[in-house]
Design a protein around this ligand. Structure first.
Ligand code: DHK
Length: 144
């Protein structure tokens, strides 16, 4: 069975508790449940992961490079700083989508720059946690 990877970066383990005015009230587990339903309906399997550590995200991208049919990533703050994550994504030949829960372009200037966007096939920002489902439905259509 083909596997979709959904990777989440630092502080997203606090989703639902952290700045709900910006990131909403849904937890990361709620997001995983919603994504699982879409992935299962498409006959795919899901690896849904979160880490606060850059090296762990990079190791999972390497894993996805070997075994995944597509990758969705919310790199959180590493979006704006991590050339290492960009390099890891550039080593992947699978479709890559970048998700941000908030509209980063409406926020502080340091959030306007994304290294990951230099590789992503699509970017979704400002659609709340629904952004994960939007990215997934695009990925599933591409794979179809
Ligand atoms: C999440 C974060 O933690 C921030 O560092 C990013 C992103 C935005 C989001 O909107 O999902 O700047």
């Amino acid at each position: 069975m083909k596997t979709v990877y959904i990777l989440n970066g630092p502080n997203l383990n606090l989703l639902g508790k952290r700045q709900p005015d910006i990131y909403g009230h849904e937890t990361l587990q709620d997001v995983e449940v919603a994504c699982s339903k879409l992935v299962e309906a498409a006959g795919l399997s899901l690896r849904f992961l979160q880490s606060n550590a850059e090296h762990q995200l990079i190791d999972w991208i390497h894993e996805a490079r070997e075994g995944a049919c597509g990758l969705i990533i919310n790199p959180a703050a590493y979006t704006h700083t991590s050339i290492a994550i960009l390099d890891a994504l550039n080593a992947c030949d699978i479709p890559v989508f970048e998700v941000h829960i908030s509209n980063v372009h409406k926020r502080e200037e340091f959030r306007h720059q994304s290294y990951v966007s230099m590789r992503a096939d699509g970017v979704i920002a400002g659609c709340g946690t629904q952004g994960y489902e939007l990215a997934l439905s695009r990925l599933i259509r591409l794979l179809g």
